[in-house]
Design a protein around this ligand. Structure first.
Ligand code: ADP
Length: 634
């Protein structure tokens, strides 16, 4: 993040600020929606399952009630009695039967529940003869003990009714006379303690199928699955919404992975939750056991449909997210246009200034703080430029006056040398020609005059050299200072031996872009001083290089164990003709050496300074290039 540019940073922050709350609220909203949808759909499934269970239960109980009340109906009892006596024995039966049949049919037709609830009604005598049916199919007149339909559910219900004297719903099964699925309920008919026979009713699948096909509240994918346990399998007893031909055809083995919930429900387990249905699709479901028909019921709906609004919500959140990102992009482009652009311009301008272009100005016209800053910046640059121009003018003037001063020193010293030589020569001639005519005092004065003129010549020579430091020089080039040091030591070889000084070369000196002959003068000067100003028996000078990491510059040093310099003189030794000893002490000197060294070092863009412990030694340190310059001593 630190290295990113301002507009990118701005964009990142805006995105973070906009998207994090959106993401958090969006996610929380999504979770809440999912939870609510799940709860609502479960509640709705429970209600639907309850009402369907109630309807089915009532439907079958209603049939039972009807048949029970018919079994006690005097008309029915009377009819079976008449039929029973005459059936197949009386020759006049056919005629009588027709009228009995007609009146009973008339009666049952008006029987309130008939149309709505009963497919057929059978009157069967205690021998198993079907004496009467409303629909009059093939079964009419046959015997349920011996006849062709003795294995049907009707025959079984009849036998069960006679033996157990109880009613009950048979399983749904294909009933050939009706060519359809049917289930039966029977009730015994008694008269004065005598079992006359049974009345049975046939129930078709229409109502159950209608109930299963009622998808109210179950939306597009929901349905009611009904199944009856038949031994080790569950038989589906109503068409499935997604497999309409499945009623009484589709079976599910108990213990299989298929439609687990209808397996549980038909085994009288109840519950609610999520699972996978017969299609292998995730569902929410409520499953229960219907006691009356003894079936399992699963009311279910696809999870995808339940969560569709949540998915839609998610989609909307994604759209909002995308729109937010686009808005943030636009805002950040706008904001970076108004904030970061000026800052970028400001940065560019500062960079240009650092490269030396003081004419740089920022082109920002807004009236806000940035605009103010730009104005102040331009104002400051105006000042800076004027100061720079003034400074440059002064520097030029100074350089000019320095040059003039150097010229003056050069001309003066050069011109002074000639009369000085004359004085020296005349003093020599006077001594030569008039030595015997002069008294001692006159002779001494002439000798002093000669000596002084020699010293003055040395001073003038030094001054001449000083004034020419920046005038006469070889071209600057990369010079190996180690080789320069070799040359200096060669030059001073005899004096080094005379002084008996030990030269210690601590490091290999670097290669520097410099004027070789000037640097040679610096080295000779510093080594000479180290020899001169040393009163120790074992004299040494150490030459090496330190790295000044804070200033990124190499510092060359000349360290000796000589007499040292008092702290108060550390600055003044660099002033021209300044000696801190008697004129002839320590081999004498003009006091210009260090001044010339300083001028050469500064001419190379460096600095020189001395450190000393009085009586123990002095260290001269210098650099040859300014701080951070590319071609500094390395
Ligand atoms: P000179 O040697 O001709 O007197 P310099 O400019 O070389 O002139 O030195 C100025 C003064 O600095 C010297 O007079 C001396 O007192 C002092 N000085 C220079 N180098 C050393 C040194 N290595 N140790 C002690 N003092 C020194």
């Amino acid at each position: 993040m630190k290295t990113l540019k301002l507009p990118t940073k701005l964009l990142c922050w805006l995105l973070i600020v906009a998207l994090i709350p959106l993401g958090l609220f969006g996610y929380a909203g999504y979770l809440y929606t999912v939870k609510t949808l799940k709860k609502e759909s479960m509640n709705s499934l429970v209600n639907i399952a309850r009402s369907k269970a109630l309807i089915i239960d009532e439907y079958f109980r209603d049939k039972e009630q009807v048949i029970f009340s018919l079994s006690h109906n005097p008309i029915i009892i009377d009819t079976i009695k008449q039929h029973n006596i005459n059936f197949n024995e009386d020759k006049e039966y056919q005629l009588k039967h027709a009228s009995i049949d007609k009146s009973l049919r008339q009666y049952l037709k008006h029987f309130t529940h008939y149309k709505k609830t009963l497919y057929d009604v059978f009157l069967i005598n205690n021998k198993g003869d079907i004496l009467f049916t409303m629909v009059k199919e093939e079964d009419y007149g046959t015997n349920l003990m011996t006849g062709p339909f003795k294995d049907t559910q009707l025959a079984k219900t009849f036998r069960k009714t006679l033996t157990l004297s109880a009613t009950g719903l048979s399983p749904f099964e294909y009933y050939p006379p009706s060519n359809d699925m049917g289930a039966f309920i029977g009730a015994p008919i008694w008269d004065d303690g005598m079992l006359l026979g049974a009345i049975c009713t046939q129930i078709d699948t229409k109502k159950i199928f209608e109930l299963a096909a009622d998808y109210k509240g179950l939306r597009e994918t929901g349905e009611t699955v009904l199944g009856a346990l038949q031994g080790n399998i569950v038989e589906i007893t109503a068409p499935l919404r997604h497999d309409p031909g499945s009623a009484f055809k589709k079976t599910i083995p108990i213990g299989s992975q298929e439609a687990m919930l209808i397996q549980l429900a038909s085994q009288a387990f109840e519950g609610a939750g999520s699972s996978v249905d017969y299609r292998g699709i995730d569902i929410f479901a409520v499953w229960s056991y219907l006691h009356y028909p003894g079936w399992g019921m699963v009311v279910k709906i696809d999870t995808d449909e339940v969560f569709a609004p949540a998915q839609k919500y998610k989609q909307w959140m994604i759209y909002i997210g995308i729109i937010t990102v686009l808005c943030v992009l636009l805002i950040s482009i706008y904001v970076s246009g108004s904030i970061s652009d000026p800052v970028v311009k400001l940065t560019d301008a500062v960079n240009k200034i650092s490269e030396g272009d003081l004419f740089t100005r920022i082109d920002v016209n807004s009236g806000d703080e940035i605009g103010q800053l730009a104005k102040s910046f331009n104002h400051m640059m105006g000042h800076l430029q004027r100061s720079q121009e003034a400074l440059q003018k002064r520097t030029d003037e100074l350089a000019k006056s320095n040059l003039e001063l150097d010229d003056f020193a050069y001309i003066a010293s050069h011109d002074l040398k000639e009369p000085l030589r004359g004085i020296y020569n005349f003093a020599s001639f006077l001594i030569e020609d008039y030595e015997d005519k002069l008294d001692d005092d006159g002779k001494n004065k002439l000798f002093t005059l000669k000596k002084l003129s020699q010293r003055l010549e040395r001073l003038i020579n030094d001054l001449l050299y000083y004034s020419r430091v920046e005038r006469i020089h070889e071209a600057f080039q990369d010079i190996n200072l180690d080789e320069v040091l070799d040359e200096a030591l060669d030059t001073l070889n005899i004096r080094i031996e005379d002084h008996g000084i030990d030269v210690r070369r601590k490091d290999i000196l670097p290669t520097v872009f410099c004027d070789k002959s000037r640097i040679l003068d610096v080295f000779i000067n510093l080594i000479t001083n180290a020899m001169k100003y040393n009163d120790k028996d074992e004299k040494w000078i150490e030459i090496g290089v330190d790295k000044d990491k804070s200033r990124h510059v190499d510092v060359i040093y000349f360290k000796d164990n000589g007499i040292g310099i008092r702290e108060k003189y550390l600055e003044s030794i660099f002033k021209i003709f300044k000696r801190i000893h008697g004129r002839d002490k320590y081999g004498g000197g003009t006091g210009a050496g260090l001044t010339i060294v300083k001028k050469i070092v500064e001419y190379h863009g460096g600095t020189i300074w001395a450190e000393s412990s009085f009586g123990h030694g002095t260290t001269f340190r210098f650099t040859l290039k300014g701080e951070g310059d590319e071609n500094q001593a390395i």
